[in-house]
Design a protein around this ligand. Structure first.
Ligand code: NAP
Length: 333
């Protein structure tokens, strides 16, 4: 097992002793003691699965929730579902297709006109194991959506985050990052055969490296970033897998982790809600969280921890420069 430097390791142990929550906690339980009135929470992928559940649970605690998505009909359905349960929910929607830099730019402009600030940005949207395809700007679909789109969106929203009180950015990663580091020489699979799992894995490693890059550049401004693995949850994320492929995936996971069971959606949304609000994480970003605690660095365990390559500073810097080139904009503090 590889370890964080001693100071971060001691900090991790102390924080984990302080966390009252674990793998079975739900988003509502994590937020139960939080008064989120006056907070603006911006959630990508807010129309489905973990994003929608996070929005529901945060609105229940009084937050002003902005659900971002690429389909207005799906966003409207999500709002109706949340408002059916909680008619007082303060909730609005905004169009953002992360697979189009133009759409992300327009979303940023519209958000700056409509919102006075953002307290928490939840970069939650994602696509998994899709057949080979490209975004509108020619990036491989999973790298382009899961990383590049969120990189530009975060840049666009940064002036609003600077005006927020909480100043947190939560990036949904995955244990899928164990599959592989980012191939920084060929992130778009131009010179190698496409593999849908290598693509998902590198995009989820990129989410952690982006978290490290954000922390390095923005911590001095009081802005902190957290990466999250939510657990295994049956959502629309599996839409590109056949039943046989899903069964094979579960068999592989169970081989490494005989105690594996799916989390419910409310349990799956817990860790991102914890990372967005936990007092014990205040000022301590650049970490990867799972089951409502900060994970240890571990280069061998198949069923827990964060790989050291995902926290590597040099890789984080290379990815940052490459992403700036891809979106055609510099992004600095
Ligand atoms: N579920 C799990 O077991 C699991 C495990 C590890 C990590 N995660 C991560 O958790 C996050 C949430 O996933 P989920 O399980 O809640 O899946 P989900 O129900 O499929 O939700 C994914 C969301 O991302 C949105 N999205 C996909 N492509 C987009 C694009 N081009 N532009 C804008 N939005 C886009 C989807 O919108 P549409 O409805 O329009 O497609 C949907 O709202 C993902 O980042 C995923 O990688 C999930």
């Amino acid at each position: 097992m590889t370890l964080y430097p001693l100071d971060i390791r001691l900090r991790t142990i102390r924080e984990n002793m302080m966390s009252n929550f674990g793998e079975n906690s739900t988003a509502s339980e994590v937020l139960a003691s939080k008064d989120l009135s006056g907070k603006t929470i911006f959630i990508t992928g807010g129309n489905s699965g973990l994003g929608m559940e996070s929005g529901r649970a945060m609105a229940a605690q009084g937050a002003h929730v902005v659900l971002a998505g690429r389909d207005q009909g799906k966003l409207d359905d999500a709002v109706s579902s949340i408002k059916n349960e909680n008619p007082d929910a303060q909730i609005e929607t905004i169009i953002c297709d992360l697979g189009s830099l133009e759409s992300v730019q327009s979303c940023g402009k519209e958000a700056s006109q409509r919102l006075g600030k953002i307290d928490v940005l939840l970069n939650n949207a994602g696509v998994m194991a899709c057949p080979h395809s490209k975004t509108a700007d020619g990036f491989e679909m999973q790298f382009g959506t899961n990383h590049v789109g969120h990189f530009l969106l975060t840049k666009q929203l940064m002036p609003l985050i600077e005006k927020g009180q909480d100043k947190r950015i939560v990036n949904l990663s995955s244990r899928g990052h164990h599959i592989t580091p980012v191939n920084l020489d060929d992130p778009n699979f131009e010179n190698r055969e496409y593999n849908e799992w290598a693509s998902y894995g590198q995009s989820k490693t990129a989410n952690i490296l982006f978290t490290v890059g954000l922390e390095n550049r923005f911590a001095d401004k009081g802005i902190h970033a957290y990466a999250v693995h939510p657990g295994g949850i049956q959502t629309n994320l599996g839409r590109h897998m056949s039943e046989e492929e899903e069964a094979a995936l579960v068999a592989r996971v169970t081989e490494n982790d005989p105690d594996f069971s799916w989390k419910t959606i409310p349990q799956g949304a817990a860790t991102q809600c914890w990372a967005a609000t936990a007092a014990e994480l205040e000022g301590k970003g650049g970490v990867y969280c799972e089951d409502c605690h900060v994970a240890e660095v571990d280069d061998t365990s198949p069923n827990s921890g964060v790989r050291s390559y995902a926290l590597d500073q040099a890789s984080a810097d290379r990815l940052w420069s490459m992403s700036e080139e891809m979106v055609g904009e510099s992004f600095s503090a």
